[in-house]
Design a protein around this ligand. Structure first.
Ligand code: AMP
Length: 444
């Protein structure tokens, strides 16, 4: 087994926020880092030793890039697996092209889970018109139609209320190969982030509990508030999957938790995952360092959660009235802010995240929501941005406030009132979706 020691060069295909955090952790450890991405000043290029601007499909440019590095990894599963198969011939490449081929296609992924008797929702393949008629034999409605390829954060997905709507939904997706899935009435979404080393050793992070808004991850809370039996089962499923894939690196397994505490696998991500961002600040070894340890043939690091935490994504919508007021967020002493260096704040685009450390699992989501409402500039009736902070208590009603726990809040009383009106018993993922109003247009 070839060990790639600090001082050598890591090559990352894809230069978004995952590549950026990989590069930052890699450089901290003493590696040189090169990034290849179609965008010149992409988030990872800003923090790397060198970068190459190229499409991920430009074989020659990618191979020239690969010649300059000692080990190759990806920050997105969208790198063509055929290209990765070429790279594998000349450089250690982790994860492998086989893994990418499998996860790039939802249908292949579902069939793989089926073959390994791993639990998932019922599904049907829709490749041509004739499949539409047979789909209801395998899938119950309401269902969700997803393109087999290139979908992420809910893109390329349409909910289908009944069999009658299937034809139209497929047309809307462009009649491309798709997978129809029964909608799972989950009570929570969970994820297991784990690392598997080159020699097969496995380290698992604390089970995370995720809330999505409009199909985009909104918060991740650790530890997940579930029974120990659920925790063990989730870990068991993720380990089985990692072994079945003969995986090397960090990966995330997204799960649905049903009313009866059964777990179904939604999907697998063969890379650092948004729901693993809490590890950067709340764990001894971040998922990014862990990935580098794994792909470089080093021993894995400790995954112990040092402190309960919540990670909240910061989407482009926050910029709608100008640059968010980060000073208000950072007024909280147990917050870590991560901004990804993206120059355009588009609606739904992940611009950054913050990590909040807090002991009380009920209170933590509430506090994160209040903090989020603090940073947005608001417009008053005349259309002017208001900037008059008021001091509010950041805790649940009735709790004693400790010194230093006030946060400055602008006049966004609606959100705050909504947050404050929730009692701790209300903080189930389902209830948090109640405050998931879509944000408006963005002017930034
Ligand atoms: P995906 O891109 O497949 O991870 O889907 C994004 C989000 O859509 C998930 O995290 C769920 O919140 C929701 N979702 C996707 N598939 C299903 C399903 N079969 N049943 C219920 N919710 C789903």
């Amino acid at each position: 087994m070839n060990v790639v020691l600090p001082g050598r060069t890591i090559g990352i295909l894809g230069g978004g926020q995952l590549g950026r955090m990989l590069a930052m952790e890699g450089r901290r450890m003493g590696y040189r880092v090169g990034v290849l991405d179609p965008v010149e000043h992409c988030p990872a290029a800003q923090v790397s030793d060198f970068s190459v601007q190229s499409a991920l499909t430009d074989t020659q440019r990618v191979l020239d890039f690969v010649a300059q590095v000692d080990v190759v990894t990806v920050e997105t599963e969208l790198v063509p697996w055929e290209l990765l198969a070429e790279i594998e011939k000349i450089k250690p490449t982790r994860p492998s092209s086989c893994v990418l081929a499998l996860v790039q296609d939802r249908l292949v992924q579902r069939q793989f889970l089926q073959k390994h008797h791993l639990p998932q929702t019922s599904f049907a393949s829709i490749e041509e018109n004739v499949d539409l008629a047979h789909a209801s034999l395998h899938v119950e409605f309401p269902a969700i139609l997803k393109t087999s390829r290139s979908g992420y954060d809910g893109k390329g997905q349409i909910r289908v209320a009944s069999e009658g709507g299937l034809n139209e939904a497929w047309k809307e997706l462009g009649e491309v190969p798709s997978v129809l899935e029964t909608i799972v009435p989950f009570k929570a979404e969970l994820s297991v982030v784990l690392a598997r080393s080159l020699n097969g050793a496995i380290q698992i992070y604390t089970l995370a509990e995720n809330v999505h808004r409009q199909n985009i991850l909104h918060t991740t809370r650790v530890p997940a508030q579930v029974a120990n039996t659920v925790r063990s089962r989730a870990e068991e499923l993720a380990v089985s999957l990692a072994k079945a894939l003969d995986y090397c690196g960090i990966m995330a397994v997204e799960l649905f938790l049903l009313e009866d505490d059964c777990l179904l696998i939604n999907e697998v991500a063969p890379r650092p995952h948004n729901s693993g961002h809490f590890t950067l600040g709340a764990c001894m070894t971040s998922q990014f360092e862990q990935h580098l340890r794994a792909i470089c043939g080093l021993p894995l690091g400790d995954t112990t959660l040092l402190h309960p935490a919540v990670m909240m994504n910061l989407l482009g919508n926050l910029w709608r009235n100008g640059t968010p007021q980060w000073d208000r967020l950072l007024a909280h002493p147990r917050v870590r802010l991560h901004l990804y260096g993206k120059d355009q704040a588009k609606s739904g685009r992940k611009m950054g995240h913050f990590l909040l450390l807090e002991e009380n699992p009920d209170r933590i989501l509430h506090e994160a929501e209040v903090l989020l409402s603090c940073v947005t500039k608001n417009k008053n009736r005349s259309g002017r941005t208001t900037d008059h902070p008021i001091e509010i208590k950041s805790q649940l009603p009735g709790e004693n406030q400790k010194e230093g726990e006030t946060v400055a809040l602008s006049e966004r009383k609606k959100d705050v009132a909504l947050c404050s009106s929730l009692s701790s018993a209300d903080y189930s993922p389902k209830d948090m979706r109640k405050i998931s109003q879509p944000d408006g247009e963005i002017s930034a």
